[in-house]
Design a protein around this ligand. Structure first.
Ligand SMILES: *[C@@H]1O[C@H](CO)[C@@H](O)[C@H](O)[C@H]1NC(C)=O
Ligand SMILES: *[C@@H]1O[C@H](CO)[C@@H](O)[C@H](O)[C@H]1NC(C)=O
Length: 391
């Protein structure tokens, strides 16, 4: 197929030279949770880009708390998580960019004998939404039978920005991001779901792995979370690891260093940014975006805010398909059905500022990703979808 962009976008992540402790392969006792992506289009074309922008702005401001602009969450990656005993099942957004777990936005919290009200007010700002409520501890169940005792959870009394069908968030970011979420409490971290799985001996490595498969449909179970290790049936080759960046504040997230080239042109030299399941697009610093725009010859599309490329006659280059938004979903982002939109977009500030890139879902659906607290590193591996022509 003759489509642009022609060259590949190379996201270069410097890998750690020595791999000491390889995370556990958990194929024998797989602890996995399916994840489903949903695009809510009932309000007509949605602005995924607007949703992403408020998210990225909150990350760049290190805004874990505050009064943000709120948009409806139009795209969600949902896992079913049980809370209580017997458990009530909640649809929670899987978020590597925050670390608290809470319920009650949609389905109301159902108290059982394991529910303990700590009386602490709790509040989180996601950029795209906000929630406030009360902290409880309760039994949390992941998948079939993986239980966590006395997990801190938030119970929402108010939430904004979360659409129907979403009950809250499963935060799988680093524990540092919980600091300050208890309004009156001590300014200390609250153990996350993954911390407690590890400290309670349920998993032997503090690792979560994420697989997203590219999808061209609105609702699809297209991903998998694996707790305690990696699932070698889900990726190909080796996992390359890179240390959590030493740059602050990216180091409080799943922050890494990377550089980006387009063809042979360096568009972003080595700098810190983050990996975030709750951002859809790939954001890069303005100077990198300007170079990418010039290299691809794309123009900004007024309907979607994304870069639009035109068919070029006699250009028959193999598609770097992964740089393209799924065309079957074009109309859902307000675009026209046959256009080609690029998923690389402008972070709004020049490189050298906070978080020069955010590798969102459209990156993560091409690479298996591993979030390793035990060894303070993030890993990536190819999957059967890395080079797939799906868009
Ligand atoms: C989609 O969003 C609208 C309002 O924004 C809401 O009324 C509707 O229930 C949502 N649908 C789903 C499936 O989340
Ligand atoms: C990441 O890049 C910064 C400078 O941009 C550098 O100081 C640091 O050593 C690099 N490596 C790590 C692991 O942070």
């Amino acid at each position: 197929m003759a489509i642009f962009p022609a060259p590949s976008l190379l996201i270069i992540i410097l890998l750690a030279l020595s791999i000491t402790a390889t995370p556990f392969e958990v194929r024998d006792s797989l602890i996995t949770l399916p994840i489903a992506r949903r695009l809510n289009v009932s309000d007509g074309p949605i602005s995924l880009l607007q949703h992403d922008k408020v998210r990225v702005a909150a990350i760049k401001d290190c805004r874990h708390l505050g009064s943000p602009p709120v948009t409806n969450v139009a795209v969600n990656y949902i896992a079913k998580v049980g809370v209580g005993s017997p458990a009530t099942i909640y649809n929670l957004i899987v978020d590597t960019g925050s670390s608290n777990t809470w319920v009650g936005a949609g389905t109301a919290y159902v108290k059982t004998s394991t529910s303990i009200n700590t009386g602490q007010p709790v509040e989180i700002d996601y950029g795209f939404g906000i929630f406030s409520g009360t902290e409880y501890t309760d039994t949390v169940t992941l998948g079939s039978g993986l239980t966590i005792a006395k997990q801190s959870i938030g119970v929402a009394s108010n939430s904004e920005g979360f659409t129907a069908g979403v009950d809250g968030v499963l935060g799988i970011g680093p524990v540092d991001l919980t600091v300050g979420s208890l309004i009156d409490g001590p300014n200390t971290a609250i153990p996350t779901v993954v911390d407690n799985l590890y400290s309670q001996g349920t998993i032997s490595q503090e690792v979560v792995s994420v697989l997203f498969e590219p999808t061209t449909s609105k609702t699809n179970t297209n991903g998998e979370l694996t707790f305690g290790g990696t699932d070698f049936f889900k990726y190909t080759g080796d996992i390359g690891y890179t240390p959590i960046t030493t740059t602050n504040p990216e180091s409080t997230y799943w922050g890494i260093n990377e550089s980006i080239t387009y063809g042979s042109t360096m568009i972003l030299s080595n700098t810190a940014g983050i990996v975030d399941t709750s951002t859809t697009y790939i954001f890069v610093a303005t100077d990198a975006y300007t170079k990418y725009k010039a290299e691809t010859g794309a123009t900004v599309d007024l309907l979607t805010g994304l870069l639009l490329v035109f068919f070029r006659p006699n250009t028959y280059t193999l598609t770097p398909n992964a740089q393209i938004w799924p065309r079957s979903l074009n109309t859902y982002i307000g675009g026209s059905s046959n256009a080609i939109y690029l998923i690389v977009t402008d972070i709004g500030t020049a490189s050298g500022s906070v978080s020069d890139f955010v590798n969102g879902y459209t990156f993560l659906e091409r690479f298996y990703s591993v979030y390793d607290t035990t060894n303070s590193r993030v890993g990536f591996a190819k999957t059967s979808y890395t080079d797939a022509t799906t868009n």
